[in-house]
Design a protein around this ligand. Sequence first.
Ligand SMILES: [Zn+2]
Length: 153
Amino acid sequence: MAAASSDECGYLIRKSSDDGHMFTYDFTVEELGDKGPWTFHEEFQTNCESNPTSWLCEIQFRKVSDYNIAKVSLSLRRTDSGDNDVCVSIIPFIKDSAERPLFKSKTFDMRDVSAGHAIVEDLVEDVKFPHLRIHFNRKLYVHLSISIISCHE
Ligand SMILES: [Zn+2]
């Protein structure tokens, strides 16, 4: 078990299976309204016996804007120089301080990810009501699951 890079982060669970490697993070983001943007920053390696890969994940959280838009910017970059392609699945599950699920719990799947390639996605939601903006800016619960798939048989 390794701690994630921020003192606000919880824990990391890593699992290997027959077809891949899964990394799971749980952490909270508190008081975005007061503190301004905050970035989750984590580097990890699969240590795969066939085709090891390494990765940098960054997720930037900002408070809800004056235009009611909540936006979380996610990027996952492959940082090794191996010549094999792998598949990646990213599942960010984010709830506000009232435990309301946000961003419709999207999954991002990408095939044929080569060395140096990055997956960049914005999660965007229109937060119309003031009390919902307060819940977002007060505290977010983040459950992040990243799977690196088809690097070994
Ligand atoms: Zn593997």
